[in-house]
Design a protein around this ligand. Sequence first.
Ligand SMILES: Nc1ncnc2c1ncn2[C@@H]1O[C@H](COP(=O)(O)OP(=O)(O)OP(=O)(O)O)[C@@H](O)[C@H]1O
Ligand SMILES: [Mg+2]
Length: 471
Amino acid sequence: MVKEESTPLDRAPILVVDDDSDIRMALEMLLSYEGYEVWTARDGAEALARLDAEEAKGRQAACLLSDLKMPGMDGIELLEALGKRHSSPPVIMISGHGDVQTAVEAVRRGAVNFLEKPLDDNHVLVTLRAAMRERRLALQNTALKKQLGSRWELIGESEAMQRLKKQVEQVAGAEASVLITGENGTGKEVVARNLHLQGPRASMPFVTVNCAAIPDELIESELFGHERGSFTGASERRIGHFEAADGGTLFLDEIGDMPLEAQAKVLRALENHEVTRVGASETVPVDIRVLAATNADLASAVEAKTFRVDLFYRLNVVPLVVPPLRDHREDIPLLSRHFLEASAARQGRAPLGLSSEAESHLMASDWPGNVRQLRNLLEGASVFADGAELGLADLEQIQGPNPQPGGTLVAATSDDPFKVDSFEDFKAQSEALFFKRKLEENNGNVKRTAEKLGMQRSHLYKKLDRYRIRD
Ligand SMILES: Nc1ncnc2c1ncn2[C@@H]1O[C@H](COP(=O)(O)OP(=O)(O)OP(=O)(O)O)[C@@H](O)[C@H]1O
Ligand SMILES: [Mg+2]
């Protein structure tokens, strides 16, 4: 459930517009009794004048209750005038008996609702509260979208990206599960964040679970929580990710790596909308929207019986495919500018430009590590660049001479582990370089790297986190 909080807007005044002084007085009494401050006006023109005068003092009305038929400027004309202002409060129309047709017309022109005379006190209050709640949610949404701004903005104007952004917009409002697929570094998490932030759960938690980073034996307790003493090491009761996401969105990342046993329990939790903590007898209800992502081919995993078919269908209600960067190369200049600006902002300096040679080189590259690879390369190169523009030479610094299209996946900040003074630092530097290199050799695919190195995926993830090799 979305928790309703009272905001200054709820305490802002209500403007009552009616030529009938009895109605003005009745509404004023009712609303002030409920704790609202009330302004009154006798027709549209007076209402506009009042709004202007108050705005000059920095005050806004939370809602307008306006009669339809008034001498001078009537309700419809008032609506039209309000529509021309840069922001206006929601308007509820009051129609006279038998004038419902006009009231409907008013709603078509932007009134949020209408009330019929004779007015019923309760109905007035309920309608008013609903209008203000909607307005508050709309405002919150706009604020969130602004915040979303640069951190999670999906950059790209290519046809492929426009299609993806459109799909995100269409699906964000739905409750259906979405399975996001795409190669490493294509932006699956960015897509998941957008689905959450553009949907009705935006102000509620977004919880990410990296299924590949959790050791198999801990996954159940991580997802569902555990009671104190339920297994060795469970010294306290713990809430799991499902419960933490209650009311919001649960993002099951790298879902293809979830062990079969956990898959069965996840499916049950999703179908029953409840979880059982490890070691508990009671269930806890959870209200979550599920998004999942994978770079594996889940359909093949289903065939190979390493992924449950029923869970696959449960998650794949809406499939979204994020294209590899080589399929939308035309976005590379825009993406590059975005990453150079972001790097510059972090370093507190003016953004670097990109020479046309460098840009052509980037556009010709293959990008097996996709957008993440491009971002890392540009961040690394901008550390070395000393002009106002990033040139081919700066890219070479990072990629080595004769840059190969694709180039390095991870920008090394120091490629010489001998530059340090202590043995501890040397060990850490060498280890970081080793894992960076191995990850590059596998195009950023953590699972494959772990397999090649013969280590546990979750262990490799810990190393990558420690050395900040991935984001
Ligand atoms: N369209 C995009 N616009 C802006 N930034 C993007 C875009 N796509 C990816 N990025 C950036 O690239 C990096 C990788 O993106 P993200 O983590 O979403 O990829 P992913 O598909 O989840 O990768 P992985 O499969 O490795 O988990 C992030 O820093 C992200 O901000
Ligand atoms: Mg990811």
